[in-house]
Design a protein around this ligand. Structure first.
Ligand code: ACM
Length: 505
């Protein structure tokens, strides 16, 4: 009896060791008898491939045959991976879902959408590359779909700038892990990073700061760069959400156009220190016209549904002292500066609604009143998100203690700033976007979660990779996989056998 129990508990472990090594863990895996043996070569095919499927197929071929650990020859006459796009299906689970059937004769990937097909290919690439067996993978049936629809990752390119090649690598990693949103933090106090044709000084002045030693530091993306990256991300099923911060974190824009400040006559420079800065956009006609003009160019460049408008860490001292701000409070019968911030955001949100864009804002926006359509990104904790969901708003959870990848991941890592607590891979793995206190009928409003990477203390590509790997693998599993199947030891085992493991620095 005891032997039987031991045998039964060993079977699933053995199955994993046999070679189903996918991150994020699929919803259902059933190991079958037999193996798909490809020692004589491997090909990829699809009947009636359209342009989009052809691209997906090529991506899979590059992932497999371009991987230095994968030595199998390409052979269209031998065993095949077969892609199949099924008829469209209205079910939202199958929108991102896919099925893989591995039999001794073939590996069949099926999905109802190109996105699902692409996710199936990501899983198949991992099946082959991570397999501990020589030239074979076990027969199996895999059915998979995500737990959450928002699986995001942010990057701050303002505190430190990262060239477009790095952004593409970042998007590649997201795609490999079935993350579907890249939140691009493009404007902040220490740098404005997106070319706006109507306001050239934003990048001529706002993209360059003078460091202590007198050197210039900076950079920006031209509109051509942005179009190239948007296309690149789109081909990999990653939506880009641009963030144009307001009303705070705006010193770089103010240095370029001082009229944006309530104290236009005071000298303006781009800060070279971190932290919260007091000079914020003045709620003047000039500022609103500026924001409309900027966003006119932004929404043309980013075809996605969402634009992030920031809203965090905006000190109100400048508004308290400003004639313009106080006159607006009176005119609009607002109670205080928090309500003025809501009015400010709302005005821009209403403008973007006419362009079919939905606005996202950081948790602080719950303070002065919430419009029904704004999506709240809860970062200090889950608290603002709970408040927003109770109000009926959609929410993305990114509580800093679980989701801030600029925080050190090991005790031995250098701490960037005093407020950064340790965030281990294990802790990220156990992140659950659903707040316990939220009533069941409101839980559907939690769209998912996101990891954020602020770059005050991340100046190089190498450091950036060190901060995100392997924590991104744990985040992808927290957002994609079924929480009922959580098992950290099993995750660690899959991670250490995966190609992601070698990417940690
Ligand atoms: C934030 O970390 N200030 C959103």
């Amino acid at each position: 009896m005891r032997l039987v129990v031991i045998f039964l508990t060993l079977v699933p472990l053995f199955s994993i060791a046999q070679g189903i090594e996918i991150i994020p863990k699929p919803a259902q895996v059933e190991i079958k008898s037999g193996f798909f043996n490809y020692s004589k070569g491997l090909g990829i095919k699809m009947d009636e491939a359209d342009e989009e499927s052809t691209f997906i197929m090529k991506q899979l071929a590059t992932s497999l045959f371009g991987n230095k650990h994968f030595k199998t020859p390409v052979s269209q006459n031998e065993k095949k991976i077969v892609l199949q796009l099924l008829a469209a299906n209205a079910d939202s689970v199958t929108d991102e879902g896919y099925r893989i059937g591995v039999s001794p004769d073939s590996v069949l990937i099926q999905a109802h959408t190109h996105r699902g097909l692409s996710y199936g290919c990501q899983s198949v690439a991992q099946l082959f590359i991570n397999s501990s067996l020589t030239n074979q993978i076990p027969s199996a049936e895999i059915n998979d779909h995500p737990q959450y629809k928002w699986r995001g990752m942010e990057l701050d390119v303002c505190r430190h700038f990262f060239p477009k090649e790095v952004i593409k690598q970042y998007i590649d990693l997201l795609a490999e892990l079935k993350m579907n949103v890249f939140h691009w933090h493009l404007t902040d106090d220490q740098g404005w990073r997106i070319e706006i044709k109507k306001y050239p000084k934003l990048t001529e002045v706002g993209a360059w700061r003078t460091e202590k030693d007198g050197t210039k530091y900076g950079g920006f993306y031209t509109q051509e760069d942005i179009k190239e990256i948007v296309t690149y991300a789109n081909e990999r099923y990653v939506a880009i959400v641009p963030e144009i911060e307001l009303p705070g974190h705006s010193s770089a824009a103010i240095a370029a156009y001082p009229e944006l400040s309530c104290n236009a006559n005071e000298p303006k420079t781009i800060p070279i220190t971190w932290g919260i800065k007091p000079d914020i956009y003045c709620p003047s006609d000039f500022t609103f016209q500026f924001l409309h003009d900027v966003l006119d160019e932004v929404y043309e460049l980013f075809p996605g549904k969402y634009i992030h408008l920031g809203g965090d860490e905006a000190p109100k001292k400048a508004w308290k002292k400003s004639y313009v701000a106080q006159a607006l409070i009176k005119q609009e019968h607002l109670k205080n500066e928090e309500e003025l911030q809501h009015y400010f955001l709302r005005k821009v949100e209403d403008y973007l609604a006419t362009k079919n864009k939905t606005v996202i804002g950081w948790g602080e926006i719950v303070k002065g009143g919430l419009s029904d359509s704004v999506i709240v990104m809860s970062w200090l904790s889950k608290h603002a998100g709970v408040k927003a969901a109770e109000h009926g708003n959609r929410v993305i959870m990114t509580p800093r203690l679980f989701c801030y990848f600029d925080y050190p991941q090991k005790i031995t890592d250098k701490r960037g700033a005093w407020y950064m607590t340790n965030l281990s891979v294990r802790k990220v793995y156990h992140f659950n976007p659903l707040p316990k206190s939220l009533r069941e009928e409101k839980q559907r409003l939690i769209l998912g979660g996101q990891a954020n990477v602020w770059t005050e203390h991340i100046a190089t590509e190498k450091q950036l990779l060190h901060q995100i790997m392997p924590r991104l693998t744990a985040m992808s599993e927290a957002l994609w996989s079924n929480p009922a199947l959580k098992d950290y030891e099993d995750f660690k085992e899959r991670l250490s056998n995966s190609s992601f493991f070698s990417q940690q620095q």
